[in-house]
Every structure is written in structure tokens, then in C-alpha cells.
Design a protein around this ligand. Structure first.
Ligand SMILES: Nc1ncnc2c1ncn2[C@@H]1O[C@H](COP(=O)(O)OP(=O)(O)OP(=O)(O)O)[C@@H](O)[C@H]1O
Ligand SMILES: [Mg+2]
Length: 336
């Protein structure tokens, strides 16, 4: 026990609380451990036998109002088996203040990826999205709720790090944390421009993976889960799509890419204090949304037409697109 608390005192954690997945990377004495769970759950009718089976397999769950809520990665496997859709505690990057039960769910998921039995007391830096380009958001509720839950779990030293800025921290060390970081997630796309690590412009757009899945599914007359699976397993940009669903995925992917490009132009033009860069800026793409083959090239082509007020030196993918946000949050924690 003494060993654990001494260890935890030296542990720092970068946490990505995403709409679709929660990723925690912890570092102790130069060693890193990464844990990731789907930010989702599936309700089953309560039975003692089901509960005992879940416990024996160490599958995270909650019991609530006569139901068992299976949480994390296993919820998707079960949903698939039963032909159902998983539900989510977050939408568009944030906890929903109208759904108080989402707090208990996110708490259970955080407990699973953080493992407070061995890491309580560690410093935690967690990702928070940017407000949308033109609109309101419940960001204060979201961030305050996460800090409260982390404190309850044994992490009094926690703070939020902007998601786009986290991508810059994770990927743009070589350009001295100067450039543009973009994360294409499930609920949102987040973008940030930083100059010598100082955020100059941050915004989000409310179109991302979930939007692509539900729009393409509606047009092609398919289930949303199926659209997501096809997108993740076989979709790529080659201008030659075998069926209606893949064609619809391409259409809505293009819509997202165009919305990010237009958003970047508007946000950068609207930034009067935009420093006069003496050099062009690198741009890094991260998040699960950038994984289909050909995404980078498609993005580059669209952005070239957007006529940004700053020059872009290169557009590249993050080293590990699904972990860049958590790695950036960890970098922030380590640098303090
Ligand atoms: N191999 C893949 N190919 C295409 N898309 C993928 C792949 N893997 C995951 N995705 C998509 O990436 C999205 C999730 O990305 P990510 O995990 O970065 O989001 P998040 O951080 O949880 O969400 P957000 O940042 O919006 O809150 C989902 O839409 C998912 O379908
Ligand atoms: Mg994300």
C-alpha cells in the first residue's frame, strides 16, 4: 500500500474524455500505460446470474432501476450480438446537463480507465472541447462535473486542456508548439492554432463521425451501427464507391471536411490578434475520423481551395491518431 501511494505521487495522467472513447495514458518513472474504453453503455434487464457473470469477467457495469448497465468496450460487443444500438453519456463532446444519470456512467468509465486503486493522487489533465464557432455550449457544466468526479475518485489535482491544443502539444514539438492541431472525433471536430504553445484560436464544429454515420445511414436506409462499421472497416477515399452506403459516407465526409476548412478560414480571419507569422505553419490531423485511407489527401485538396490567411507548410497525420489528445494532455501534465 505504501509502495502504491509513493508510486501514485509520481504518476501523471493524460485523459481524453471523448464522445466516442475515453483514453487514459499514465506515466510513472518513464513507463507508460494506455487504457481505452468505449464511452458507451447498454441496458440489460437485471438478473443475478448476469451480474455474477459480468463480475467474474471483470466487465464494468452499474445496477440502476432494475437494470444492469454494461459499460465500455463490452457494451458494443453485446449490442452487436443482440442487434441493438449502444447509448452514450455524452453528445457533441459534452455531458448533457439534462441527463443526470450520465454522470454516474462517466464516473464508472473513468474509474475503469484510471484504476484509482493504484493511481489515486496522481495529477490528471483531461481534454475539454472548444465552444462551437457560432453558438452556445454547456462547457462550464461539463468541465466542472468532470473535475468533481475526478476529485471523488481520488484525483484532487485535475484541470482541463483544450482538445485542439492537446493535439499541438502531442505532435508539434519540432515546430516549437507552433501550428494547427485538429481532432476529428465522434461528436465534434476541434481545431486550435497555437504560437509557441500559446493558444491563439480555438473552435469546434458540431459535425464529425456521428453526423457522418447517422446522415449516411438515413440516406442509404441502413442502421447507424452498420454505417459506422462500414466506415471504420472498409471505407476509403478513392472516388469509386461500390454501393449507396459508401457513396453516402463519402458525401458526408466531404461535408465535414468542407465545414472544417471553412471554419478555419472564418476563425483565422476573425482573429485580429493573429500574430504576423514569419513562417508557414504545419497542420496535424488526429482523431478516429482521419483513419480512412486517403483522408489526408482529401483534406489537403479541400483546404487548398479555402484560401486561409496563413500559409500551411505541411499537412500530416498524428503518429497515433486515436491517442494524440490523451498524449497532449499528458504532455501538459508533465510540463507543469
Ligand atoms: N478505423 C477507423 N476508420 C474510420 N473511422 C474510425 C475508425 N476508428 C474510429 N473511427 C471513427 O472515429 C470517431 C471517434 O473518434 P475519436 O475516438 O477520436 O472521438 P472522440 O474523441 O471520442 O470524440 P470527440 O472528440 O468528438 O468528443 C467515430 O466516429 C468512429 O466511428
Ligand atoms: Mg476527441
Amino acid at each position: 500500500m505504501i509502495f502504491d501511494s509513493v508510486q501514485a505521487g509520481r504518476t501523471v495522467i493524460g485523459l481524453d474524455v471523448g464522445t466516442s472513447r475515453v483514453v487514459a495514458i499514465r506515466e510513472t518513472g518513464g513507463q507508460r500505460v494506455t487504457r481505452s474504453e468505449l464511452n458507451a453503455f447498454l441496458a440489460l434487464p437485471w438478473s443475478g446470474m448476469t451480474e455474477a457473470s459480468l463480475r467474474r469477467e471483470s466487465i464494468p457495469y452499474l445496477v440502476q432501476d432494475g437494470e444492469i448497465l454494461v459499460i465500455g468496450n463490452e457494451s458494443a460487443r453485446l449490442a452487436d450480438l443482440l442487434g441493438r444500438e449502444v447509448r452514450r453519456p455524452m453528445t457533441r463532446g459534452m455531458l448533457n446537463p439534462e441527463e443526470p444519470e450520465s454522470l454516474a456512467l462517466i464516473r464508472a468509465i473513468l474509474r475503469t480507465v484510471l484504476e484509482p486503486e493504484t493511481t489515486a493522487g496522481a495529477k490528471v489533465r483531461f481534454s475539454v472541447p472548444s465552444p462551437p464557432l457560432n453558438g452556445e455550449s454547456s462547457l462550464t457544466f461539463h468541465e466542472a462535473s468532470l473535475r468533481q468526479i475526478l476529485e471523488d475518485l481520488g484525483y484532487p489535482d485535475s484541470a482541463g486542456v483544450n482538445e485542439g491544443v492537446a493535439v499541438v502539444y502531442s505532435e508539434l514539438f519540432e515546430s516549437n508548439y507552433t501550428g494547427i492541431g485538429i481532432s476529428c472525433g465522434g461528436g465534434l471536430c476541434n481545431a486550435a492554432l497555437a504560437y509557441l504553445s500559446v493558444p491563439a484560436v480555438c473552435f469546434s464544429i458540431p459535425k464529425a463521425g456521428d453526423f457522418i454515420d447517422s446522415s449516411a445511414a438515413a440516406v442509404a436506409g441502413e442502421m447507424v451501427t452498420r454505417a459506422r462499421l462500414v466506415k471504420e472497416q472498409s471505407f476509403h477515399f478513392n472516388g469509386n464507391y461500390p454501393d449507396k452506403l459508401q457513396q453516402a459516407l463519402a458525401v458526408y465526409y466531404d461535408d465535414v471536411i468542407q465545414t472544417i476548412s471553412a471554419g478555419l478560414r472564418v476563425a483565422l480571419q476573425g482573429c485580429r490578434s493573429l500574430p504576423r507569422f514569419g513562417r508557414s505553419l504545419p497542420l496535424v490531423l488526429s482523431g478516429g475520423g482521419v483513419l480512412p485511407e486517403g483522408f489526408r489527401e482529401r483534406f489537403e485538396k479541400t483546404l487548398a481551395q479555402a484560401q486561409l490567411p496563413v500559409a500551411i507548410s505541411e499537412i500530416r497525420l498524428a503518429r497515433r491518431p486515436l491517442e494524440a489528445t490523451a498524449e497532449g494532455a499528458l504532455a501538459a501534465a508533465l510540463s507543469e
